[in-house]
Design a protein around this ligand. Structure first.
Ligand SMILES: NC(=O)c1ccc[n+]([C@@H]2O[C@H](COP(=O)([O-])OP(=O)(O)OC[C@H]3O[C@@H](n4cnc5c(N)ncnc54)[C@H](O)[C@@H]3O)[C@@H](O)[C@H]2O)c1
Length: 358
C-alpha cells in the first residue's frame, strides 16, 4: 500500500474541523498539522482530533511540515495569501472552500498562481455527493427529460453563501457546458457588510453555449420552499427538458416528472457525515492517478465562479456580460457603489426575519 498523503489544515471553524476530521478518518491521509490564529479554536480542535501537531502560526507550521495537501477553510476574503503559502510549501494539492473568490480580480490571481505552479486544487462543492443530487443527475443522464432546455437554482440564503453551490450543481446537470453570457439584477444593501458580503437579493439568467438557459435566484426575494423546514436547506436546483423535469431540494429530497416515468420522488438531505468521505476519497484518487480528475476540481469551480461574478457585474452595471470574463474587476466595490439604498422586498416572512428586516 502507498504511504498516506500528509495533510495540513488551516482555519479551524466549522469547515476546518470537518476537513481535519474526515482527512484523519481516511487511511490514505495522515493529518500532520492543524492551525488557527485563535488559540481557543486550536484547543477545541485538539479535544476532538486527539494528538495532532498544532500552531497558531500557519506559516511556520506549514513550512516545517511540508505537507502533500494544504487545506484551508477560511472566510471568503481570505484566499490568495494562503494559496500562495501552500504553493510555497511545495504541495501536490490545495483544498479550499467555496466561494472561490469575492471578485474576478482575485479569481484571476488565484487561477494564475495555480496554473503557474501546476498543482492540483479542489473546491468544496460536496453537496453533489448527496443521494438526492445524484438521482437528479442520473435521471438527466438517462435522457428521461428529453432535450435539456433549462437548468435553475434558487436559495433563500444569500449569494456569497449559496450561489456557487447552485451554479456548480446546475453546471454539472448541464455537463459543464461553457457559458456565453449572463444578465442579472440585485437589491438590498443589508448583507453587503456580512462575512459573506452579498446583495440581499440577486436574480439572473445565463446563456450556456449548448443553448440551455440557466436561471438563478439567491436571497431575500427568492421563493420559499415550504416543503423544507431548515431555512439554509431551502435550495432548489433542477433541470427541465422537452419531456419533463427533475429537481433536488438540499434538505428535502428529489422529485421528477417524466414522459415515461410519471411522478417520482425520494428522500435525501445534505449531510456532512455522508458527503465529506467521498469528497476526501476522490482527492486521494486524483493524487494517485492524474487521469481521475476530482469532480470538484479547481477548473470547474473557476467556470462557476466566472458565471457568478458575471451575474454580479451585470447586476451592478446593467446589461449582458460576456463570458468568459475578459478582465478582472472588484465586483464588491461595484455593489457598494451601485446598489440602490432601498430595503429589499422579501418573498416570505421567514426571509424577513433571517435578513433582520423590520
Ligand atoms: N462547502 C460547504 O458546504 C460549506 C459550508 C459552510 C461554510 N462553507 C465555507 O467555508 C468557509 C469557512 O466557513 P466556516 O463556516 O468554517 O467559518 P468559521 O468562521 O467557522 O471559521 C473560519 C476560520 O478561519 C479563520 N480565519 C479567519 N481569518 C483568517 C486569516 N486571515 N488567516 C487564517 N485564518 C483565518 C478563523 O479563525 C476560523 O478558524 C467559508 O468560505 C464558507 O463559505 C462551506
Amino acid at each position: 500500500m502507498r504511504s498516506p498523503y500528509r495533510v495540513l489544515v488551516v482555519g479551524l471553524g466549522k469547515r476546518g474541523l470537518h476537513h481535519a476530521a474526515f482527512f484523519k478518518a481516511n487511511p490514505r491521509f495522515e493529518l500532520v498539522g492543524i492551525s488557527s490564529r485563535d488559540p481557543a479554536r486550536v484547543q477545541n480542535a485538539l479535544s476532538k482530533l486527539g494528538n495532532v501537531p498544532s500552531s497558531n502560526d500557519a506559516r511556520s507550521l506549514a513550512l516545517a511540515a511540508k505537507p502533500d495537501v494544504f487545506c484551508f477553510c477560511t472566510p471568503p476574503h481570505v484566499r490568495l495569501s494562503l494559496l500562495e503559502l501552500g504553493i510555497e510549501c511545495g504541495v501536490k494539492l490545495i483544498a479550499l472552500e467555496k466561494p472561490l473568490a469575492l471578485t474576478s480580480a482575485e479569481l484571476f490571481a488565484l487561477r494564475d498562481v495555480i496554473r503557474q505552479a501546476g498543482v492540483k486544487a479542489v473546491v468544496s462543492h460536496q453537496h453533489r455527493y448527496g443521494v438526492h443530487y445524484r438521482k437528479v443527475k442520473e435521471i438527466i443522464d438517462d435522457g428521461a427529460l428529453g432535450r435539456l432546455q433549462t437548468v435553475y437554482g434558487t436559495a433563500t440564503g444569500w449569494m456569497t453563501h449559496l450561489l456557487s453551490h447552485l451554479i456548480d450543481y446546475t453546471c454539472w446537470f448541464n455537463d459543464y457546458a461553457p457559458a456565453s453570457w449572463a444578465m442579472a439584477q440585485a437589491a438590498g444593501r443589508a448583507k453587503l457588510s456580512d462575512s459573506h458580503p452579498s446583495p440581499d437579493y440577486i436574480g439572473g439568467f445565463v446563456q450556456f453555449a449548448n443553448g440551455v438557459r440557466g436561471i438563478y435566484e439567491c436571497g431575500a426575494g427568492a421563493p420559499d420552499q415550504p416543503e423544507v423546514a431548515k431555512w439554509w436547506g431551502k435550495n432548489r436546483m433542477g433541470a427541465q427538458g422537452t419531456d419533463g423535469f427533475a429537481e433536488v431540494l438540499t434538505n428535502g429530497g428529489w422529485r421528477a416528472v417524466t414522459r415515461s416515468g410519471g411522478w417520482q420522488g425520494g428522500e435525501g438531505a445534505m449531510n456532512y457525515d455522508l458527503d465529506m468521505p467521498p469528497y476526501i476519497q476522490e482527492i486521494a484518487d486524483w493524487l494517485d492517478d492524474d487521469g481521475k480528475v476530482h469532480p470538484c476540481s479547481f477548473e470547474r469551480a473557476c467556470q462557476g465562479a466566472e458565471i457568478m461574478l458575471a451575474l454580479q457585474r451585470s447586476a451592478a452595471e446593467g446589461g449582458q456580460v460576456g463570458l468568459p470574463l475578459a478582465a478582472g474587476v472588484d465586483e464588491q466595490a461595484l455593489f457598494r457603489a451601485k446598489i440602490a439604498d432601498r430595503p429589499v422586498l422579501v418573498s416570505c416572512e421567514q426571509n424577513r426575519k433571517e435578513f433582520g428586516l423590520a
